[in-house]
Design a binder for this molecule. Structure first.
Ligand code: PRP
Ligand code: HPA
Length: 177
């Protein structure tokens, strides 16, 4: 069934069951890799809020959870300049940071964030993205954990918005051109 959000129509792309199953295996993999570490999950708001809630509960380790705010998208388009407001109280020096993103699209937001975080001298910075648009990605840094490689089409749901709507949809929808 298609959904209308503002001026666009969207069709179902990933069901909540498919997402749940993938998030659970990402959690199991991350648990294995971070077993003897003391990781900080650093979510990038707002889009990460649903993924973070599910992923953090799928990682069976004592983890800290923190959030930062970046914003670069207006409607469908990246403005190219994420606004970084780092208000992280925890000391990140020497820590193993896992950035939690709903989507890596052009890669611009995380490129800037990684640079800022490296100045704080963490032990490591890794990235988990539920979605990755490989055809849109303009950088060459590694994305350590990817839920789904997806085509270069706009998606909404499960935290992702189109002009502030659609974040609360349990499934992920893709725009119909
Ligand atoms: O790889 P990129 O091309 O930089 O795109 C990815 C970023 O865009 C979205 O955030 P947005 O700036 O729309 O803010 P939001 O999370 O509040 O929706 C998304 O949550 C990522 O942070
Ligand atoms: O496809 C997308 N949908 C929602 N937000 C986004 N931010 C980057 N790409 C997207």
């Amino acid at each position: 069934m298609s959904k209308k959000i503002h001026d666009k129509s969207f069709e179902i792309f990933l069901t909540k069951e498919e997402i749940e199953s993938r998030v659970s295996s990402l959690g199991a993999q991350i648990k294995k890799d971070f077993e003897r570490k003391d990781p900080v999950l650093l979510g990038v708001l707002k889009g990460c809020f649903v993924f973070m809630a599910d992923l953090s509960r799928a990682i069976d380790l004592p983890v800290e959870v923190s959030f930062i705010r970046l914003q670069s998208y207006e409607g469908f388009h990246s403005t190219g300049k994420p606004q970084i407001s780092l208000s992280i109280k925890e000391k990140l020096e020497g820590r193993d940071i896992l950035i939690v993103e709903d989507i890596v699209d052009t890669g611009n937001s995380i490129y800037h964030l990684k640079k800022e975080l490296e100045d704080l001298k963490p032990n490591s910075v890794s990235i988990v993205a539920l979605l990755h648009k490989a055809d849109a990605f303009r950088f060459n840094y590694p994305i350590d954990y990817v839920g789904f490689e997806i085509p270069n089409k706009f998606v909404v749901g499960y935290g992702l918005d189109y002009d502030d709507l659609g974040r609360n949809l349990p499934d992920i929808y893709q725009v119909i051109d």
